[in-house]
Each structure stands twice: as C-alpha cells, then as structure tokens.
Design a protein around this ligand. Structure first.
Ligand SMILES: [Zn+2]
Length: 261
C-alpha cells in the first residue's frame, strides 16, 4: 500500500526525465560555478523530505464520472503515479495512500458507508505517520454547468504554509490551462482528511470532468502527465522557496531550469 511502484509503461517517460534531470543538474552546476559536491549535499537534503500522495477515491467509490464516462478514481491514480515517479527521481521520499484501484478500509468492515469511514481514517493514519511531510490529495471536479473548467486549489489554515503552496500551484495550473482564472479556495470544515491534517497540505482539483474539454484532456496519458509535472513543479518551487528562506538558493535555481526543459 505504501510502497513505491514503477509501472512498465512509465519507463520511456522515466528515461526522458532522468535525462532532463541529469542535464539540468549539470547545466545548473556549470552555470552557477558550483561543485558537484554541493549538488550532492542538496540532493541528500531533499531525500529527507517526505511527500504523501493521495489519489482520491478508489474501489467501489469511483468519485465523479466524466461526461465521456471517465472515472475520477482512475484519473487521480494515474496522475499520482506519474507525480510519484517524478518526485522519486528528484530525490524526495514518496508515500502513497493507494497504488491500486482499491478502498483501503480495514478488513472485515461491512457496508459501503462504514468502509468509506474506515478508508478515510486509514488515509489520515498514513499522513500522520509522517509529521514532517507535505500532503497532496489529487481529485477531479464536477459541476452541473458543463461550462465550468480548470483546476482549483483548496487549502486549510491549519498550517501557515498552505496558502503559499496553494497560490504557487494555482498559478502553474493557470499556465497549463489557458483561461483558467480560478482563485485558491479555503476548505470549509467538512473534509475529514484536511480538517485533521496539521502538515502543509493541498487538495488539488485538476479539472472538471463535467466539462467536455477537460474530460477529454484528463482521459489521455499525455495530459495526465502534464498535470503531474505541473504539480511536481509547484512542489519543487515550494520546497525551493523554503530552502531559500533559510539560506541556500541552489535548489530553486536548479528546479527553475528543470521546468524549462
Ligand atoms: Zn474527488
């Protein structure tokens, strides 16, 4: 459940990413005139950062269903797996709440409602095992009016970094989705996972499956990978700023260069 899996169909992408990372790291190092020793030290520092990735829904709970029949649970999982592969290769420790099409409720729990409660409790338990993690939950939206489109970030005030993370991510989604002028939004009290999470956390609604264009895009592996890379970039920028705030500027420069590839 919490293991890291790399699927066979991700291999070409991973090879490309490895090349990008290598080229970016070398180029950034040369440009900045920094030694490889410094780069290694930064990589080691980043290895300690845990990111918990949550693909919303799963199993009997399909989430919302797109106008083209796409299940939200499948879109969420695919994006999370791509994102997890990117973060892993960049040196982060990635923990997943699920890596398959399942609900993670306890064995023996009967009834869909009870299974859903147990599933949410177990997702929260995973997050709480990592007090220094950043928690990212990936979902897709739905609305009665099919004209609504584009990603939107939802945050709580439980952690002072949440608003900044949400703003960074919203800006990058606006670049991915021209015309998306959505604002980050405060989560009301109803979401169990977020109400009880004190670590930096973000709920990402990547798009509207009720919108034909979003639904078509989110049904393709290429676009899902672009969404994953957008989230990866937002996290890299967020962590880069955190490091810069302390003393070191190298990671932010490296990640900015990576994003340009
Ligand atoms: Zn959802």
């Amino acid at each position: 459940m919490a293991g890291i899996k790399i699927l066979k169909n991700k291999i070409p992408f991973i090879i490309t990413l490895v090349c990008c990372v290598t080229v970016a790291a070398l180029a950034a190092s040369v440009r900045a005139g920094q030694s490889m020793k410094t780069a290694e030290a930064s990589a080691q520092a980043r290895e300690k950062q845990v990111v918990v990735l949550d693909a919303g829904h799963g199993g009997l709970d399909s989430g919302c269903v797109g106008v083209n029949g796409t299940y939200e649970k499948d879109v969420n999982l695919d994006i999370v797996k791509d994102l997890g592969a990117m973060l892993t290769f960049a040196g982060y420790e990635v923990v997943y709440t699920r890596t398959d099409d399942v609900s993670i409720h306890d064995d023996g729990v009967e009834g869909i409602r009870n299974q859903k409660i147990s599933d949410m409790e177990n997702r929260l338990n995973i997050v709480q095992k990592y007090p220094d993690c950043v928690f990212i939950s990936v979902h897709q939206n739905r609305f009665t009016d099919p004209a609504y489109f584009g990603g939107q970030m939802f945050y709580t005030t439980n952690n002072s970094a949440n608003f900044r993370l949400a703003r960074i991510m919203q800006g990058l989604f606006s670049e991915l989705q021209p015309g998306n002028d959505r604002e980050v939004k405060l989560i009301d009290n109803g979401l169990y996972l977020f109400k009880n999470t004190e670590q930096p956390a973000l709920l990402i609604e990547c798009g509207f499956l009720s919108n034909p264009n979003d639904a078509a895009n989110l049904s393709t592996p290429d676009y899902r990978r672009k969404v994953a890379f957008t989230i990866y970039t937002g996290l890299a920028r967020f962590f880069g700023e955190e490091v810069k705030n302390k003393e070191n500027t190298e990671i932010g420069e490296t990640e900015s260069f990576l994003y340009m590839q």
